[in-house]
Every structure is written in structure tokens, then in C-alpha cells.
Design a protein around this ligand. Structure first.
Ligand SMILES: CC(C)(COP(=O)(O)OP(=O)(O)OC[C@H]1O[C@@H](n2cnc3c(N)ncnc32)[C@H](O)[C@@H]1OP(=O)(O)O)[C@@H](O)C(=O)NCCC(=O)NCCS
Length: 181
């Protein structure tokens, strides 16, 4: 059985989640600040949801749906997923635990996942989307070299409120033209 790869950056290891990560994931995902700006994390976060989520990762990898990465700086600090949409298109999504915000971790991890997507998976395009009210995530997308592509107005109903969704993307040629890759 093939496992998702482990990627290393200056400060971080991006590795597969293990069942032992469940308590840390449970704690982070239970935080309002994380749930509020992500698509898929319910609030309140149900008991046992982290363990259930981690248990699905191997099948997601085997069936080329999502490559999940635990972001680890010695302890678990966040999660990043590369969703494989087919036809060489990937989408990244992520969260970093609130105590670790503002250290550049999301940008450092996202750059490694872009590299994996383009160089190991041969992707043609990688995009990401954030709620307009969450500019810190847009800043991460800018810092990894993505281009603003547009805003879908009131495109999602999040907790009873229609929210604008802001899209960023980077194409394979743009990645290959970088000198810091
Ligand atoms: C968005 C998130 C992943 C950022 O993680 P992080 O590790 O703190 O990100 P980084 O430190 O790499 O970069 C954050 C950037 O946003 C900037 N920023 C922070 N708050 C901001 C705000 N309110 N407005 C604009 N920029 C902001 C920071 O200054 C930094 O940019 P800089 O390096 O140019 O100073 C993290 O806040 C998070 O997990 N939020 C909740 C979940 C979420 O939003 N996930 C993304 C869904 S699309």
C-alpha cells in the first residue's frame, strides 16, 4: 500500500496524519476561528470527528481524490489538502491552529504542496478559494505566487449568511518560470 509522501521545508514536515493526531485535530477544529473560515468543518465539531476524518485519508489517497498533509513543526500545527479534481487540476485548502498563526507556516507549507502538485503529480493548474471576509488566507495565496482570478458573489450559504468566494490560481508554466521553486 502506497502512503502519501512526506515533504520537508525549512521549519516544517508535511506528513500523513496518524490516529495519534486525532486529539490535536479535534482540539483545533473545535475552535470557532477555524470552523468559521473553512468550508467543511462543522461547528460545534462532533466528538470523534477528527478520528473519522483521519481514517478516510488512505482511501482518499489511493483513489486519487485528496492528498492530506499534517503540518508538523515538532507537534501538529495544521492541515493542508491537495484535492485532485481530475484533468490535471488541483485545489488546495488548509488551516493552521490559532496559537501558531502569523508565523508564515501556511505559506511555507502551501509552497511545498504546490511543488508536490506540479513536480510529482504533473498538475496543470492549482487553485484555491477563500471567503472574502478572510483576507489572511488570500495573503497566503498571493505569497505563494497565485494570481487573483475573480470573486463569486454570495456564492455560498455559510451558517445562514451568503458569502463571497475569492479565487486564486497558478498555472504549470507560471510555476516552472519561478526561480525559487
Ligand atoms: C488563513 C490561515 C491558514 C493563515 O495561516 P498563517 O500560518 O497565519 O499564514 P501566514 O503566516 O503564512 O500568512 C498570513 C498572512 O496574512 C496576513 N494577515 C493576517 N491577518 C490579516 C488580515 N486581517 N488582513 C490581511 N492580511 C492578514 C499576515 O500578515 C500574513 O502576511 P505577511 O506574511 O505578508 O505579513 C490561518 O489564519 C487559518 O487557519 N485560519 C482559519 C482557517 C482558514 O481560514 N483556512 C483557509 C481557508 S481558505
Amino acid at each position: 500500500m502506497m502512503q502519501a509522501p512526506t515533504l520537508r521545508t525549512e521549519r516544517l514536515t508535511l506528513r500523513p496524519f496518524t490516529p495519534g493526531d486525532a486529539p490535536a485535530v479535534q482540539q483545533s477544529c473545535s475552535q470557532y476561528e477555524i470552523a468559521r473560515n473553512t468550508l467543511m468543518i462543522p461547528h460545534p465539531y462532533p466528538e470523534g470527528a477528527a478520528a473519522e476524518w483521519i481514517a478516510k485519508h488512505q482511501a482518499d489517497f489511493d483513489e486519487n481524490r485528496v492528498v492530506h498533509f499534517a503540518i508538523d513543526d515538532g507537534a501538529l500545527v495544521g492541515a493542508m489538502g491537495l484535492v485532485l479534481k481530475g484533468d490535471g487540476i488541483g485545489e488546495i485548502g488548509y488551516w493552521i491552529g490559532v496559537p501558531q498563526w502569523g508565523r508564515g507556516y501556511a505559506s511555507e507549507a502551501a509552497l511545498a504542496v504546490l511543488r508536490y502538485g506540479f513536480e510529482e503529480r504533473g498538475l496543470h493548474r492549482v487553485f484555491a478559494a477563500h471567503y472574502k471576509r478572510n483576507p489572511a488566507s488570500g495573503r497566503v495565496m498571493q505569497k505563494i505566487g497565485m494570481t487573483y482570478e475573480g470573486t463569486l458573489r454570495q456564492h455560498l450559504l455559510k451558517w445562514g449568511e451568503y458569502v463571497d468566494l475569492v479565487f486564486y490560481g497558478i498555472l504549470r508554466d507560471e510555476w516552472l518560470a519561478r526561480n525559487d521553486r
